[in-house]
Ligand binder design. Structure first.
Ligand code: ADP
Ligand code: MG
Length: 337
């Protein structure tokens, strides 16, 4: 007799959680990305003890009706794609339909959501619904995740200090705020506000909220395009440098990504302007047909494959270099007079 059995949903969720939910900031990422996909204009994140005690995300997006609220915790339950072709033109941050299932599998979770017509409140423990009642009517969604990893002690043990875990969430929220200047973000930790943006769509104001007004003022706007991509953003003058490349943020069609060669092109744009082992603060936005990008490389979607890279990389390097040179040459030219 054969020995192979199909896993039940509960077990496969717990396994998938290992990939999607590495630490508290992974929960923040998935919940906030869902809030963005739901069309929110305001997203508030409240953490207790860096999220180890609780993570709460409140949005004013579309919300869910009762049927969707009951479905959303199933693995592969998604409203974002339905057919194979959709995979090649993804415009939402989510599409795999596994985040809520994974998070719920390794935590105690409360969902309050309303589409403006009816509200529902659910409580789950380890992925099982333990309570269901009518919820508030205000349109939007509020998810509270408490006791993360309560049933996966090994993962819990692996977490770093509060400060390190908090650092990951702050970094993530900074990038999301930069990616979506039209959304008002708020990050609160143990009652103290760490980040607040106004949602007015001004990237420089978001840069100021994150890196301080003085630094934001010393960032130069740049933009350029080729047949397939258009790029824009802000790059710091060479006098503003940092000891790590972590202050370089790359966004592709609204998604914060890590891309070694794009990052290298940005640094190369500064050429000899930067002191050795110092790096600029840059926010680079790349827009192109979703067909040219493959975000389905890893469950967290932080890595991306880009087509026509050989044309994109020089565009980035030249556009940023040109903007910096232009700005740096102005005072020199004036001095000569
Ligand atoms: P995905 O984002 O890949 O679709 P998730 O597990 O993160 O998968 O979410 C499942 C579904 O639940 C989403 O497709 C969406 O329909 C719904 N959903 C999740 N969070 C929200 C939210 N904050 N507001 C409205 N709908 C949501
Ligand atoms: Mg999602």
């Amino acid at each position: 007799m054969g020995k192979i059995q199909l896993m039940d949903e509960w077990l496969s969720n717990k396994i998938a959680a290992g990939e999607v939910v590495e630490r508290p900031s992974s929960v923040v990422k998935e919940l906030v990305e869902n809030a963005i996909d739901a069309g929110s204009s305001s997203i508030e994140v409240f953490l207790e003890e860096a999220g180890l005690t609780s993570i709460q995300v409140i949005d004013n997006g579309s919300g869910m009706d009762e049927t969707d609220a009951m479905l959303c915790f199933y693995r592969h339950a998604t409203s974002k794609i339905s057919k194979e072709q959709d995979l090649f033109r993804i415009r939402t941050l989510g599409f795999r339909g596994e985040a809520l299932a994974s998070i719920a599998a390794v935590s105690k979770l409360q969902l309050k959501t309303s589409d403006g017509e009816s509200g529902i409140e659910l409580e789950l423990e380890g992925g099982n619904i333990v309570s269901k009642k009518p919820g508030p009517l205000r349109k939007g969604t509020e998810i509270t995740v408490s006791q993360l990893f309560f049933n996966t002690p090994a993962r819990l043990k692996y977490l770093k200090t509060i400060q390190t875990e908090l650092g990951h969430s702050i970094d993530l929220m900074n990038r999301l705020a930069l990616a979506y200047p039209n959304i008002a973000f708020k990050l609160v930790h143990n009652g103290g506000t760490l980040l607040q943006t106004n949602g007015r769509g001004n990237v420089q104001q978001v840069l100021a909220a994150i890196y301080g007004m003085q630094n934001a003022k010393k960032m130069i706007a740049f933009s350029g395009e080729n047949r397939d991509y258009s790029i824009h953003g802000y790059a710091s003058l060479p006098e503003i440098t940092r000891a790590s490349k972590n202050y370089i943020s790359i966004f592709v069609n609204g998604r914060w990504v890590k891309h070694y060669l794009v990052q290298k092109s940005i640094v190369d744009a500064y050429h000899t302007f930067l002191p050795i082992e110092r790096f600029p603060i840059v926010a680079l936005y790349i827009e192109g047909d979703p067909y040219l990008t493959d975000v389905n490389v890893h469950p967290t979607k932080l890595q991306i494959r880009l087509s026509k890279e050989e044309e994109l990389l020089p565009l980035i390097e030249q556009t940023i270099r040109h903007a910096i040179r232009e700005r740096m040459n102005v005072p020199l030219a004036q001095k000569k007079e």
